[in-house]
Write a protein that binds this ligand. Structure first.
Ligand SMILES: C[S@@+](CC[C@H](N)C(=O)[O-])C[C@H]1O[C@@H](n2cnc3c(N)ncnc32)[C@H](O)[C@@H]1O
Length: 144
């Protein structure tokens, strides 16, 4: 794996606006302190600390839409979801640097997304440009 990619993974692990699942067969997420946390039902109270609607962008890639939508609509909370940490790194870093507090990122396979939200916790779901094709040679559990 390229050094730059490894650097992005290492940085992503420290970002306070990211929760990560590393294996969809073990549906748990860890925070920037490597602690297992259970965000289900707690996104409003513990992550965003407001009661604004939560909007998911599934397959957010580098998080451009997540960041831009969050900036354009401060009265909603946006969560960018993608399985690829090196892509998500860009959006999550931007959100931290620009203090976009209504944007957050969840690294997980979308197949287990329901594990992390209570029914009714999410108001809208966006899928802007999905790519369902797994490339040859990738580990289907981790996408790395
Ligand atoms: C073509 S990119 C689109 C990125 C972004 N939506 C955009 O429009 O710029 C597709 C994204 O889907 C993500 N993806 C594909 N299958 C996924 C899955 N099962 N779970 C999470 N993300 C997935 C890929 O990692 C990739 O970043």
């Amino acid at each position: 794996m390229r050094k730059s990619k490894l650097k992005r993974f290492a940085e992503l692990d420290t970002f306070t606006n990211v929760l990560q699942n590393f294996n969809f067969l073990q549906p748990v997420v860890v925070n920037h302190e490597k602690q297992i946390v259970d965000p289900k039902g707690k996104w409003h109270s513990t992550i965003f600390k407001n009661n604004n609607p939560i909007i998911l962008e599934l397959a957010c890639g580098k998080g451009e839409y997540t960041c831009e939508m969050a900036l354009a609509d401060k009265n909603s909370n946006y969560i960018g979801v993608d399985v690829k940490g090196n892509r998500m790194h860009r959006g999550a870093k931007r959100a931290l640097e620009e203090k976009i507090e209504n944007a957050f990122f969840l690294r997980t396979d979308i197949n287990i997304i329901a594990t992390f939200f209570e029914p009714g916790e999410v108001s809208e779901i966006w899928i802007t440009f999905p790519d369902p094709h797994l490339k040859k040679g990738k580990d289907p559990k981790t996408f790395n």
